[in-house]
Ligand binder design. Sequence first.
Ligand code: NAD
Ligand code: ZN
Ligand code: ZN
Length: 344
Amino acid sequence: MKALQYRAVGAAPEVVTVADPEPGPGQVLLKVTAAGVCHSDIAVMSWPADELPFALPLTLGHEGVGTVAALGDGVTDFEAGDSVAVYGPWGCGSCFTCAQGKENYCLRAAELGIRPPGLGAPGAIAEYMIVDSPRHLVPLGDLDPVQAVPLTDAGLTPYHAIKRSLPKLVPGSTTVVIGTGGLGHVAIQLLRAMTATRVVALDVTEEKLQLARAVGAHEAVLSDAAAASAVRDLTNGRGAEVVLDFVGAQPTVTSAGAMAAVEGDITIVGLGGGALPVGFGALPYEVSVCSPYWGSRSELIEVLDLARAGAVEVHVEKYALDESPRAYERLHEGAIQGRAVILP
Ligand code: NAD
Ligand code: ZN
Ligand code: ZN
């Protein structure tokens, strides 16, 4: 089968032919119908060899949906042809956090060598993929696979980030979304669907700000050194109760610290490597800073239910598998509006 692989440190990913996978006991083989392209892959491909936590070559793609093609021995939960989404942050399934469905925070994944598809295990940008357990599949029903696939990360990750702050997102509150790309443009829609907060979107180009407005941001502001004072102006000096940073670089986390309200939440989702000082006087009183990773199994079900209710419309750019390297180039250039989706 064809697959998009990251094959050598620093090299661009390429479409290659690999052996057709076969499901082992307890596994499920999917015929991939759609796979999403996430900026985290670009971060991973920038890591030096000694920081890479897995071996190459690696089939990319940690957002995947497909139809069940074959069941390994002992799997009875699904039938051939079922349309399913893959829950990506695989864990052991039985430790304390996995027992709560929070496999994204599995306590034993590192020790057991369990890695998500596309981030260590063979990923979704291929004609077929192996899912290690039916526990990691959510039925899609009649949800459109192209619309649904970004929800497995670009939907689930912001959903989880927003959920921790829900009690603060009352009428009159303000939430700033920094970076209105794949994750950010879904975050704006989730905020509008789940809360009464006013959404202020920040990005670096007018084109991205237009998308932010189109998907429901009340205000859209250029992300520069003046952004924090612009947010203070928009909030009569109060600042934002919640800042969701989907960039996470030093300039954006510094802005986040400067625009947060007293008792606000700053949630750094982006892998940009920035850090915020915490300590008396460093941030407004009682600001809480957190760096979440992906989301839980039950939250993926909730996000898909929201989509079923019509609350989220992902803006997608579609690519054939052979064109998938181009999707990564365009993402790297900042040229994708919304999410790139590969149709193998
Ligand atoms: P993306 O490229 O689709 O979106 C990033 C957006 O940020 C773009 O619109 C870009 O124009 C904008 N941007 C860049 N610099 C900016 C700045 N200084 N100020 C404001 N906006 C700026 O990326 P994505 O796939 O949505 O991923 C967003 C980030 O989240 C990445 O760092 C990714 O690695 C990370 N991520 C984290 C998790 C997690 O679990 N924590 C999960 C998925 C993605
Ligand atoms: Zn991702
Ligand atoms: Zn576990």
